[in-house]
Design a protein around this ligand. Structure first.
Ligand SMILES: O=C(O)CCC(=O)C(=O)O
Length: 388
């Protein structure tokens, strides 16, 4: 492989070589020269470079400001990137379609896109399909084969396969049938049984709400994006790190959503008996020893401006992604209820009473982890569709 010098790249980029423009943009981005990176990315995208189109669209989806307003533009960019061959764009479009924010068709259309990505050899798409198949049947042969294929080139798939091996589950190549795999994904599922834990506050537990492979998928893919969690400072409404909330987490907003995270978040919304559109971004949390979430309410107080913008946070759904750690229970203070979920268990609680008023009895904490790591997916749900 010939490695071009920056001067050679610049000469080619000036001569409208889209590949060189994209490579130059990457060099500037790495050197933290954001304006130059943006300039070359935009020129490369204007010439139809699929990765440049994808990077620009992804940037719009994850922007800290204006992401909602510019979502249609981002989706149009993803569509163009996908049409020009970006499988990453096709995969995100599948997730956004399943989430109902990128056109009509929902899951059937989303699965069609994911299947196309698999047919075109996309390892990440194969890994995502495997997570859904294992959620139905942990020993699914097509899932095992897709994950084994994906693990050859995809580091997340390799990590997931090794976790499966650790649990004594096979991940081996066999004759995969995408037709059979995708047919299984459209079959009806049994309802997940619920158990009332408490009436005041209203807390409901669901055993085995998600398969362990799906839980692992959420944790493993979130790992590189974890950052210290923050709390909104009521004095200036700016989120900041705070000693009351020391876990690390990653919000899976639309720019970071994938098919398994949309699937998990829709399942949690269903268990909470609210439309998925009411959910905020699913957040993956990791607590290491000593980390905790001090006692707090999830409802928004009357002085919180967000209450008037996005509505009340009426329910919380937690999915426990692992087990085996010591400490770290979810603790409701009065009545005194401590909950240590097993991998795949979910807990749903109401933050408001039947009249919609804040329910102070739902005050809860994530107790400090004493040994090991606790992994959790958390979904806060509003009283109206959450605009993001
Ligand atoms: O970590 C826990 O068990 C509780 C998490 C929590 O309090 C929340 O997400 O609101």
């Amino acid at each position: 492989m010939t490695v071009l010098t920056t001067a050679e790249l610049e000469r080619l980029a000036q001569a409208d070589d889209a590949e060189a423009q994209y490579a130059l943009a990457a060099q500037f981005a790495q050197a933290q020269q954001a304006d130059e990176a943006k300039y070359w990315l935009e020129r490369s995208a204007a010439l139809g470079h699929p990765d440049a189109l994808f990077t620009l669209a992804g940037g719009l989806l994850t922007a800290s400001e204006g992401a909602v307003e510019r979502r249609p533009e981002a989706i149009a960019g993803l569509r163009e990137a996908a049409a020009r061959g970006s499988l990453a764009a096709l995969r995100i479009l599948a997730a956004l379609t399943a989430a109902g924010v990128a056109g009509e068709g929902g899951w059937p259309v989303a699965l069609g896109m994911l299947r196309e990505a698999c047919e075109r050899g996309d390892a990440a798409a194969m890994r995502e399909v495997a997570a859904l198949l294992f959620d139905r049947e942990p020993d699914d042969e097509d899932g095992a084969s897709l994950l084994a294929n994906a693990a050859e080139t995809d580091r997340f798939a390799a990590a997931l396969a090794s976790r499966r091996a650790h649990r004594g589950r096979r991940t081996a190549k066999s004759a995969t049938s995408l037709e059979r795999a995708f047919t299984k994904l459209t079959e009806e599922r049994d309802e997940i049984a619920s158990e009332q834990v408490s009436l005041a506050p209203k807390i409901v537990r669901f055993r085995g709400a998600a398969g362990i492979d799906l839980c692992d998928h959420l944790a493993v893919t979130a790992l590189p994006r974890l950052r210290r969690q923050e709390i909104v400072d009521p004095r200036d409404n700016i989120a900041k790190p705070h000693p009351h909330r020391t876990a690390w987490g990653a919000g899976l907003g639309f720019g970071f959503a994938d098919i398994p995270s949309v699937f998990a978040s829709q399942r949690l919304a269903r268990l909470a008996r609210l439309p998925h559109e009411h959910g905020e971004a699913l957040t993956i949390l990791r607590y290491r020893p000593g980390e905790q979430y001090h006692p707090h309410h999830d409802f928004l107080g009357p002085n919180d401006p967000d209450l008037y913008v996005h509505g009340q946070r009426i329910r919380t759904a937690l999915l426990y992604l692992n087990e085996g750690f010591i400490g770290g229970e979810t603790h409701f203070l009065a009545p005194n209820i401590k909950f240590a979920g097993r991998s795949g268990d979910a807990l749903v609680f109401h933050n408001v009473d039947d009249a919609g008023a804040p329910d102070v009895s739902a005050r809860h904490a994530g107790l400090p982890v004493l040994r090991g790591e606790k992994w959790l997916a958390s979904l806060w749900l509003r009283d109206r569709p959450f605009a993001g």
